[in-house]
Design a protein around this ligand. Sequence first.
Ligand code: IPM
Ligand code: MG
Length: 367
Amino acid sequence: MSNKKLLLLPGDGIGPEVMAQVKRVIDWMGKKRGIKFDVTEDLVGGAAYDKHGVPLTDATMQKAMDSDAVILGAVGGTKWDNLPFEVKPERGLLRLRKDMDLFANLRPAMVFDALVESSTLKPEVVQGLDIMIVRELTGGVYFGQPKGIETLPDGQRRGFDNQTYTTSEIVRIGRVAFELARKRGKKLCSVEKANVMMSGVLWREEMTKLGPQYPDVELSHMFADNCSMQLVRNPKQFDVIVTDNLFGDILSDTASMLTGSLGMLPSASLGAPDANGKMKAMYEPVHGSAPDIAGKDIANPMATILSFSMCLRYSFDMAAEADLIEQAAKNVLAGGLRTADIMSPGKAKVSTGVMGEALVRELDKIG
Ligand code: IPM
Ligand code: MG
């Protein structure tokens, strides 16, 4: 079999620092497990804008299309805040998602036992937490047309975005969520605002119609505002949550904080398998580029390393290797090492680089 083609897009801010740690893990897989990757690296976001005047070139987009998987660091930063909307760093990321048709965004929120104390919530509320947010990623208000700012006859300006969902968009994300729930705790909560939004009414109807095809999964519905409250009140009531692009963006940030730090959360963005069973995919940490701490070697590399582990699991069917990385992460944390974002009294504060190195050493031990 030919080598697996990986495209690394470190991006902006802390992106390159955390990606450097992923490269160590990729090297380890090659040396110790004989798993060879063809690794290419390229620019996205502000970094691409600085060099090419666009946040993603057509050539890079093509490389992403041709790869087996993309690993992305983060995009954006204050430096590019005043750029025109069309060339903002975030547009690069959104184009990757849209052009690769990565409609299913899996955002797990797991509380590692060693990190129970890092959460701002009481230990009994979060201990053992393991939920999965399935966010629709290529539709809704992010991409709905028309979208713009216009000037009205009275001289006022009017900004508008459009929330739209078709049945097929809802059904395909619904199926992904039901299938995942089936492999996990068999509970699926579908989240929208059917009380005020027509797209929400349709969403609820379509999810309800899918229900009987998955009789082993218990389906419930919840309004998004209530869900944000329930996530903090009693997050363990959830197993899988399926929701639209915007609500998924917001609720996954909330869920991330249950775990103590955004710095721990990976994600997978998946397309539909083609006729040959090949699926486009991109893996990225849920956190952003954190320009305030960029270049200081203090960012937490775990979210990006765990994103690589999701890549092994979902794109390459290498569950054993994925488990190995997750176990190594657990062990390193249990051993007391902490980056600044998850630091607590009595633990050893380490840099991005030292954390990455410790993880690889742990892989040496257990792999
Ligand atoms: C995310 C981010 C992005 C989003 C931004 C950077 C465009 O917040 O992946 O959650 O809103 O989807
Ligand atoms: Mg977000």
